[in-house]
Design a protein around this ligand. Structure first.
Ligand code: MN3
Length: 243
């Protein structure tokens, strides 16, 4: 009788262990190392080009207001929100990994600060297209570059209200497209869509309203003319070593 009980306990125990193991193995995790750049949380970085550098696709007036007012306000409000807390000594990656425990002010302004830094860097002119390595990964995951572009554009166009669309490298080493609301991003523990950001587009109205008004699809189409593929390809190669 005792032996039978023990046997049942063992069987149930191993079934539970096996279920737990499989469940955890299947659950989309976060990459081992999400730190892609030295990100000084106490410094507001310069825009990497002139306000008119992305004309006519993104106009100079929009860039000036977007960078110097919106982005700067996120930075200033983030600094104010972490003042006097342990987060002052944390990295942005540590803050995002535990954002569920932080205030809404840290979440919204920290995301707003970081997301724009990545966005400015993945815009620019003069690059010819994705690297061979990234092209092969895009073809493998999405079938073709055109399919990828369509899926990413759809994520940007269909994000309801304000937010961001992303191309990320997942913890499984695969490319994935998704979007996040408000100033959330795929590095935040609260985000169901996780991964290392490779390419992003800001679809808040402040990013396009002066030139495109309500025509978000026209802005998304114009975005493809000013993607800095050299930077996106560089991020892909770096991220591959971190998952
Ligand atoms: Mn913005």
């Amino acid at each position: 009788m005792k032996n039978k009980k023990l046997l049942i306990t063992l069987i149930l125990g191993s079934a539970l262990a096996s279920f737990t193991f499989n469940y955890c193995a299947d659950a989309p995790g976060k990459p081992k190392n999400t730190a892609m750049e030295t990100f000084d949380i106490h410094e507001f970085p310069a825009l990497p080009y002139a306000y008119d550098a992305l004309e006519p696709y993104i106009d100079a007036r929009t860039m000036e207001i977007h960078y110097d007012r919106h982005h700067r306000a996120y930075f200033n409000n983030f600094i104010a929100a972490i003042k006097g807390t342990e987060m002052e000594k944390s990295t942005i990656y540590e803050i995002f990994a535990g954002i569920s425990k932080a205030s809404d002010a840290v979440r919204n302004n920290g995301g707003g600060f970081y997301n724009h830094v990545i966005f400015w860097k993945n815009l620019g002119t003069g690059s010819s297209g994705p690297s061979q390595e990234l092209t092969e990964a895009i073809n493998k995951e999405f079938g073709s570059f055109e399919n990828f572009k369509e899926q990413f554009s759809n994520a940007a166009k269909t994000r309801f209200g304000s937010g961001w669309a992303w191309l990320v490298l997942t913890a499984e080493g695969k490319l994935a497209i998704g979007s996040t609301p408000n100033q959330d991003n795929p590095l935040m523990d609260v985000s169901p869509f996780k991964g290392i950001p490779l390419l992003t587009i800001d679809v808040w109205e402040h990013a396009y309203y002066l030139k495109y008004q309500n025509r978000r699809p026209d802005y998304v189409e114009a975005f493809w003319s000013v993607v800095n593929w050299d930077e996106v390809s560089r991020r892909y190669t770096q991220a591959l070593g971190q998952v």
